[in-house]
Every structure is written in C-alpha cells, then in structure tokens.
Design a protein around this ligand. Structure first.
Ligand code: ADP
Ligand code: MG
Length: 386
C-alpha cells in the first residue's frame, strides 16, 4: 500500500469512524504541447503524471453524502435528494458536482445510496497540474464502480468536465479529465478537441533516459482571467473574419491570407493557434518516427510562439526556459494557460541536477522568488487501488 493509500484509509476511519469499501485514485496531468488549442477545436498532447489523488469511499444505507479532505477540516454533508449544481461551492463542489453530473448522464440518482468520501492528494494545487481533474476523475471512477453504472472512460471525462463547468463554474475544456482517465505509463494522450477522439501515444522517455522537469514559478498574475478571455475573443474574431467555424479549420497554408485580412495583433493570435496545432501533429509524428529526443525543437518553438505571438508568457517563464536550455535541456516551454504557472523542460536523466541548479541560480540572480522544481513521469490513468 502506498503512503497515500494508507493516509486515505486512516483519514476515512478518523473522520467517519468506519472502514471504506475501497480506494480509487486518479492522476494530475501535464500538457506536453498544444496550448490554447482546445477551445479552438484543435489538438492537445497531455499525459497523466505520477502525482495522484486517492479517495477512500464507503457506500451508506441512507441517502446522505459526506465529503472530507486532508486539505480542509470541514465535513460537507448533503442529501442526494437536494443535490443541484447551484447549491455547491468551494472545494466540495468538485466531488459533489461529479455525483450530480453522473445523474445528468443517466445514473439513477433518485434511487442510489449515499456515500462517504475522504480525499488525499500529492498533486500540487493550482500549479497547472490539474488537481481538479484528479479529484473529479477519482470520484467518477469510484461511483461508476460502486453504483455499477458501466460508463466508459470517455463518458466519465465528460462527467468531470460537466461538474467543473456547472458545479464549480469554471469554463474548462475536456483535456484535463481525458488525460487523467485515459493516461498510460510512459505514454501521452493525443486528443482531438473537436471529435473528442483520443489515442494513446507511447513517449519512450524511459528507454531514451529522458525526464520531464517541472519548473513551477509560483507566479500568478491578476490579469490572467482577463488575458484568457481576450485571447479567446481574438481567436473567435480571427475565425469569423477568415470565414471558418473555428481556427481548427485553418492550416499553415492559410497564414498568407490571414496576414492580409487581419490586423497585426489578431494575426499573431491566429498564427499561434494554427502553428501550435501543427506542432502537436508534428510532435506525434516525431515521437513515432524519431523518438522523444527529437521533439525538443517543437517545444522550443511552442514557447516562442506563446511569448511573441500569443503574448501569454511572463519574464519568470522565459527565464526558466532559457536557463533550462542553456544547461542542457533538449527543449523547454511554458505549459498551461499562461501569465504565470509552470514551465516544462525535457531533460536527460543525468542532467536533472545541473538544469535544476542553473534555473535556481538564474532566478536568484534575477531577483525572482525561488521556483519549485520536480520531475514528473507519465503514469496510468484513474482506477481502483484496493
Ligand atoms: P488546478 O486544477 O490547476 O490544480 P484548480 O483551481 O482548477 O487548480 O483546482 C484547484 C481546486 O481543486 C482547489 O482550490 C480545491 O478547491 C480543489 N482541490 C484540489 N485538490 C483538492 C484536495 N486534495 N482536496 C480538496 N479539494 C481539492
Ligand atoms: Mg484545474
């Protein structure tokens, strides 16, 4: 039993005075490449990481649901008869929202028994590694088992997304839940955000002696929400002016026409999305044909595009990328929505200490707060632990 598993069982016993029926877990995720492409119906290539949320769940004989977490002292209680997304708030909206969302997908909530859930996790919260999808996916697979619903993993991903959109109120896409549910060891999940078709793509990092180093700058900019909304608006404007439903319908051959029709700023926003979609496709092809050591230049190009064309980087992220590359990383880029958060650096195993030290000393020299640095490995998706 892992330390998290033991903590989940012990925490359940302490908060609820009993034994759970079982343990289920789901991982966080990192996006290898494909940024701001999801809401443009494009491509993303995330993978599930070896940081997980574990839940201990026990079915009840009445209709009560109780949720508790190592993250909080409170126990939140609600009857299944009262469960609507509008009355949910705070951290418990994630697990309770999933129970509600399963009902929207056809689970017979009016007759299911209630349950107790205790949550533990080593997915860092708010670092862009999707602790939110980890909770949602763990609860979704657990209730799918306990209530014998028989939903497939793609449906469970849509359940998690619905919970996040309606119960939490965050207008997120389906990437995070897809990675958390469909991930496999040493492999990424290639997701088409239009068709929702997905394919598991072997990464081969282990055989090539490569690691993915996360550099969490811990910077969070107040304008990130406004910046995100304005980028989305630019993408919608670009698509409308170019006469397509979404930027997904354009390719690099359309860039010359886009340059003529669009103002400079909209053009650069559009160019990021079009070239980023192409980079995801190129990364998948390169992994298959040449192996993971060959994708470094695509990661670098993705960062340059986000820095110069989409303008969502910050000095800390740019420095993390430059310092990691200078110390021997094969490629590096900011990951996530931008305006702060984390960078990733594809790094040979033996150079991890060198790259980490170089990034830390560059941050100190620049007067930036020390970043958090750690390695993540591509891991299995959500499932039953015990
Ligand atoms: P991210 O998904 O990038 O980590 P989000 O803001 O989407 O950040 O989700 C973080 C939120 O998810 C937290 O503020 C909290 O409400 C909830 N959450 C994450 N992990 C836990 C946990 N272990 N227990 C309870 N709530 C959690
Ligand atoms: Mg999240």
């Amino acid at each position: 039993m892992s330390a998290l598993d033991s903590a989940a069982t012990a925490g359940f016993a302490k908060r609820f005075a009993g034994e759970p029926d079982g343990l289920w877990s789901a991982p966080g995720r990192v996006n290898l490449i494909g940024e701001h492409t999801d809401y443009n119906d494009g491509f993303v290539l995330p993978f599930a990481i070896d940081r997980r949320t574990v839940i201990a769940l026990g079915a009840r004989t009445d209709r009560l649901v109780r949720v508790a977490s190592s993250f909080s002292d409170e126990i939140v209680e609600i009857s299944l008869d009262e469960l609507t997304p509008d009355i949910l708030s705070g951290w418990s909206a994630y697990p309770l929202g999933v129970a509600w969302a399963l009902g929207e997908f056809g689970a017979p909530l009016a007759t299911e028994p209630g349950f107790d859930v205790y949550i533990v996790s080593d997915v860092p919260i708010g670092a862009g590694l999707s602790s939110s999808a980890a909770i949602e996916s763990a609860v979704a697979v657990a209730l799918n088992d306990v209530w014998a619903l028989g939903f497939d993993r793609r449906t469970l991903a849509r359940v998690g997304q619905l919970a996040e959109n309606r119960a939490v109120g965050a207008p997120t896409g389906i990437m995070d839940q897809s990675a958390s549910l469909l991930g496999e060891k040493d492999a990424a999940v290639f997701l088409d955000c239009r068709s929702l078709e997905s394919e598991v793509i072997p990464l081969g990092f282990d055989a090539a002696g490569l690691e993915l180093l996360i550099i969490d700058t811990k910077v969070s900019h107040a304008h990130s929400t406004g910046g995100y909304a304005s980028r989305r608006a630019s993408c919608e404007l670009g698509a409308r002016l170019l006469g397509v439903d979404s930027l997904r319908d354009l390719g690099v051959v359309d860039l010359a026409r886009a340059a003529e029709l669009l103002d400079d700023e909209t053009f650069r926003r559009v160019r990021h999305v079009i070239t980023e979609n192409q980079r995801v496709l190129d990364t998948v092809r390169t992994l298959r044909e040449s192996g993971p050591a060959a994708i470094g230049a695509l990661l670098d190009a993705s960062h340059t595009s986000m820095r110069d064309d989409f303008e969502i980087s910050v000095p800390e992220l740019d420095l993390a990328v430059v310092a990691a590359r200078g110390a021997g990383a094969l490629g590096a880029r900011m990951t996530g929505g931008g305006f702060g958060g984390a960078a990733i650096a594809l790094t040979p195993h033996e150079l991890i200490p060198t790259v980490t030290a170089a990034v830390r000393s560059a941050f100190a020299d620049a007067g930036f707060a020390a970043p958090d640095t750690f390695v993540v490995r591509a891991a299995n998706g959500a499932g039953r632990e015990g």
